[in-house]
Ligand binder design. Sequence first.
Ligand SMILES: CC(C)(COP(=O)(O)OP(=O)(O)OC[C@H]1O[C@@H](n2cnc3c(N)ncnc32)[C@H](O)[C@@H]1OP(=O)(O)O)[C@@H](O)C(=O)NCCC(=O)NCCS
Length: 210
Amino acid sequence: MNEYWPLFGLRLAFRDVLLRPLTEADLPRLAAVLPDDVGHDPRLAMYPSQTYAANERRLFCQGYWKALGTWAPESWVLHFAVVHEGEPVGVQTLEGDDFPALRTVDSASWLVPGVRGRGLGVAMRTAMLQFAFGELGAVAAITSATTANAASLGVSRRVGYAENGLSRIVDTGGDVVDLQHFRLTAGDWPGADVTVTGFPPCRPWFGMAG
Ligand SMILES: CC(C)(COP(=O)(O)OP(=O)(O)OC[C@H]1O[C@@H](n2cnc3c(N)ncnc32)[C@H](O)[C@@H]1OP(=O)(O)O)[C@@H](O)C(=O)NCCC(=O)NCCS
């Protein structure tokens, strides 16, 4: 399959995490451990006949298929499985909308509760950012989290993003909450010793010469 979809051969290694693109084989395991605080786009359809958790697991799988099926060098979503001690323990998502023109990436992530609070969140975001600013030539990275999400805010501040304003949104549960926006530019990125392998055959997927 890598012959037709070389992204499956991409690897980002940093400290105690390995990021590799999510595959179909990861879905049953990661859907089964999907935490209840990950949330989803509230515009997505919930099936009344499914429990809330079953809806979220279905949307997680659909998010994987949608990203592959709608990939274009101009706009893409790359879901990485986060592997720690040989086990997939979460997902780090990297997104480039109108990327060849804007050269800006957005991100989202989650970890199973059992491995949180040990620096894995910082390590996986760092690996992703080094790939974005390095191999992909991004000029800026943006991200956001609700003002109540201390762990996500902690990761963004720790890796060096600057605050970039607040907005009000309706969250997954239907509540109106404040969203803190962040931005980090390539010029402010100190760099990190991330080992990236398998990237050259992926270059056309990002609109770069092969
Ligand atoms: C967000 C998430 C991926 C962060 O991963 P993590 O491994 O828990 O975070 P880390 O251990 O790398 O900690 C990152 C920073 O946040 C701080 N932090 C972590 N959890 C915290 C908490 N509950 N309260 C306050 N600060 C916290 C850490 O102290 C650290 O800062 P420091 O290095 O300056 O001390 C993880 O908590 C998660 O999956 N949360 C649920 C899903 C989610 O909210 N995703 C983000 C949606 S925008």
